[in-house]
Structures are given as structure tokens and as C-alpha cells.
Design a protein around this ligand. Structure first.
Ligand SMILES: Cc1cc2nc3c(=O)[nH]c(=O)nc-3n(C[C@H](O)[C@H](O)[C@H](O)COP(=O)(O)O)c2cc1C
Length: 403
């Protein structure tokens, strides 16, 4: 089996000593490891430690003045690596990555690298929870990076709080996962819908819903991370437009329907994550309605886009989302049958938890034959679980076709 290549960047945190253990575990997993030691990182641990563990020279200098380094080391490393893991990742390194800086070897290599990026932050609680660090991590996550940890516990300063780098064994597991999935959807076309729709009442008012689009964007980003050719059809959201995929922005359920049905043929997977309005005003007023003019709004049912897409593209794997305030699984399975979907992600809405707008959710995957309940998790994590499941469905379909 081909040796897989891991680029480990070690930055200037006291947790740098744990990176030696991580490098050792990766080598024991038969991975080929090269290390970038930043200027800060070299204040905490010596290159010789990593050279001894990995059997490879450590790279530090963008200008290629170190032993065995070429002037184009950042490009060589970026094309050699299959996964980039920054562990420990300082607040400063995270800020540089988020800013797209390339004034050191890590920044330049990260910009030139197109594979999965993992980040394991390590810092004092206040540095970690500072809005600047939080915003930088959120930006990197939206661009497809995976943030591992940090954990809560005793920090180098002696205080207790969150900011401790995750254990090397957990980071190594995430590296193996990233390698497993890094091109697992290569060559597949995937359509994802996200966000709410707005059904106009008049030029200024609409019937809408509280969907933020976060779940659909996470699903689309994860598919892209796995190498799929992604088309995201998005209702109005306040989220940054993801890069590296085609995005069609729509507003009404009719526009969403037209975009989905136009693009449904030829897709391998269609994930309907958007919260499409069930009803729209029968007629939108041309002028702004005055007070007292719209005591009643006549509504018409919108069309069932998911069911139509399933009929139009019967070979695709169709995935739906169901938000229920009653019994979850029965309703989700009924929806799955009615719409011809292979899997429905069911999530509940209770007085204590409204998944709309939240970073986290708790879901149950419902198929014709069973259901699988997951613990509460971030939407990014749920996106990863969902694609693991969809890949299983794709695999079982292709082996059925072969037999
Ligand atoms: C003793 C010491 C410990 C530090 N530990 C951390 C840390 O755990 N996390 C962090 O984000 N920054 C830490 N810093 C600050 C970084 O080392 C500093 O921001 C540096 O510029 C990071 O450079 P680098 O990201 O290129 O490695 C520490 C600094 C010192 C002097």
C-alpha cells in the first residue's frame, strides 16, 4: 500500500512537546511525516527531536536556508502532503492562517496546499475564547478546516480551563480520518440546498423561517473537502459564500425549485437541507400593503421539491432533513417514503432546543430499515457523519449494481 504523506506544523506553544508524541504515533501508523517548525515552535522544541522521530529533515525557513531546504520548499511540501495538521496551533498561527498570510513557511505552504487542513489549538483560556481567536477559527472552519479540540483541563499556567491541546492519540485519529475521506467523493457530483426561502407578501414583507443555512453549508463544505464537485443552492443567509464550489443564490421556493430541478439530473447525491416554505401567499401585492389592508393573507401550498427531484433523478441518492416537534422517527420515515429518499436526518425542536441558527444539533439518521441516534454535536461534525453514511449507501449501491 502507498505510504501516505502527513505535513505536521508545530507552532510556539508549550504543548509543542506533545507534538513529538503525535509525530511518533503517526510514524507508527506507517505514515510518512514531515515537520514544519515555526520560529515560535523552535523556541519550545528542537528540530533534532522530530528528525529523530520521523527520519526526515525538519523545514523551518521560507527562504530555504536550512539543511536540505530548497527555495521553493513551501510548494514542494504543499504538493507532497496529503493532509496538513497544525498541532499545537497558537493563536498567532491561527490568525495568520485565517488572514491568508504567507510570510513564513507554514503560511505559504498552507496557501499552496489544497488537501484537508486540521488545526489543534493550544493556548490559555482567555486567548482561546477571545472573539478574535473564535472568529479566526470559525472562518477557517467555514473554509473547510477541521478544528480538533481544544479540551478543558489543567493548562500550562496552572489554571483550569479550555485551551489544552487534544491528546496526540485523538489528533492522530483525526489525521487517519482525514486521509480516509480526503478524496472519497472525487469525481462525484453533489447538490446541496441550504437556508430558508422567502415568500413575498408585498415588496417589503415575506413569509420566512429561522433557518440559518449553517447545516447545509457544513454539508456542502464537507462534500467539497472529500473531493466532490459541489453545487450549493442557497436561500438568503448571512453566511459567507463558500469558495471552491458553485453557488446559486435563490430567494423564493419557486426559484429554489427551478434551480434544483434544472440541476438534479447527473447528480450522484442530492441533499435537501433547505427549509423551504410549505405555503406561499397566493398573490404578492405589487405595492406595499397599508395597515389594515392585509388582515388575511390567502396562501397556496408550495410544491414538494424533494419528491420532484427524486422522480427526476431516480439514480441519485436522495437525502432529506426533517424538523419535527412530535415523535421524530415515525414522521421522518413517513417523509422518506413519500419523497423517495434513501435517508432522512431527523431533528427535534423542543422548548429547550431550537436547532435553527444554533452551531449544534442532535440528530437521528432514519432509513427504510433502521435508525441511528447521535449525541449532540456541532453541525460540522454532523456533516461528517452524514457523508460517512452516504458513502456507505453509494458503496452498497455500486456493489449491488456489480452483482
Ligand atoms: C513561554 C511562552 C508560552 C507560550 N505559549 C503559547 C500557547 O500555548 N499558545 C499560544 O497561542 N501562544 C503561546 N505563546 C505565544 C506564541 O509563542 C507567540 O504568539 C508566537 O509568535 C507564536 O509563533 P508561531 O505561531 O510562529 O509559533 C507563548 C509564548 C511564550 C513566551
Amino acid at each position: 500500500m502507498k505510504t501516505r504523506n502527513v505535513l505536521l506544523a508545530v507552532t510556539g506553544s508549550i504543548a509543542a512537546y506533545k507534538a513529538a508524541e503525535l509525530a511518533s504515533e503517526l510514524v507508527q501508523n506507517d505514515l510518512s511525516v514531515r515537520v514544519i517548525l515555526t520560529r515560535g515552535g523552535s523556541r519550545f522544541i528542537s528540530p533534532q527531536t522530530f528528525e529523530g522521530i520521523t527520519g526526515n529533515l525538519v523545514a523551518s525557513d521560507l527562504w530555504g536556508t536550512g539543511a536540505g531546504e530548497s527555495a521553493m520548499e513551501h510548494l514542494r511540501l504543499a504538493s507532497w502532503a496529503e493532509v496538513l495538521i497544525v498541532a499545537p496551533a497558537t493563536a498567532d498561527a491561527i490568525a495568520r492562517l485565517a488572514g491568508g498570510r504567507s510570510d513564513d513557511l507554514l503560511g505559504a505552504s498552507a496557501l499552496a496546499f489544497r488537501g484537508p487542513v486540521l488545526i489543534a489549538p493550544a493556548m490559555e483560556t482567555n486567548m482561546f475564547t477571545h472573539p478574535a481567536t473564535m472568529a479566526n477559527l470559525e472562518l477557517l472552519t467555514r473554509r473547510g478546516a477541521t478544528v480538533i479540540g481544544p479540551e478543558s483541563g489543567r493548562l500550562a499556567s496552572g489554571s483550569i480551563g479550555s485551551g489544552r491541546m487534544s491528546e496526540p492519540s485523538e489528533i492522530a485519529r483525526a489525521v487517519r480520518d482525514a486521509l480516509r475521506t480526503s478524496q472519497s467523493l472525487a469525481g462525484r457530483k453533489v447538490l446541496v440546498t441550504a437556508g430558508p426561502t422567502r415568500e413575498p407578501i408585498d415588496p417589503v414583507r415575506y413569509i420566512g423561517n429561522r433557518s440559518s443555512g449553517k447545516m447545509g453549508y457544513a454539508v456542502a463544505t464537507e462534500a467539497q473537502r472529500r473531493g466532490a464537485e459541489v453545487l450549493l443552492i442557497s436561500g438568503p443567509t448571512s453566511l459567507a459564500r463558500p469558495t471552491g464550489m458553485e453557488v446559486i443564490e435563490v430567494e423564493t421556493s419557486d426559484e429554489m425549485r427551478a434551480a434544483v430541478l434544472h440541476n438534479a439530473p447527473n447528480q450522484a447525491v442530492i441533499v435537501m437541507c433547505a427549509a423551504v416554505a410549505d405555503y406561499k401567499p397566493s398573490r404578492a401585492s405589487d405595492g406595499k400593503l397599508k395597515r389594515g389592508e392585509a388582515q388575511h393573507i390567502d396562501v397556496t401550498a408550495t410544491s414538494d421539491i424533494a419528491a420532484e427531484a427524486a422522480r427526476l433523478a431516480p439514480d441519485a441518492v436522495h437525502i432529506g432533513f426533517a424538523l419535527e416537534s412530535g415523535p421524530l422517527v415515525t414522521a421522518a420515515r413517513e417523509k422518506l417514503r413519500r419523497k423517495g429518499q434513501a435517508l432522512v436526518v431527523a431533528n427535534g425542536i423542543t422548548p429547550d432546543h431550537n436547532p435553527f441558527g444554533s452551531e449544534t444539533n442532535q440528530v437521528v439518521f432514519v432509513t427504510e430499515s433502521g435508525e441511528r441516534a447521535f449525541p449532540p454535536a456541532t453541525k460540522v461534525e454532523i456533516g461528517r457523519w452524514l457523508w460517512d453514511e452516504i458513502e456507505g449507501i453509494l458503496l452498497s449501491r455500486s456493489s449491488t449494481e456489480r452483482t
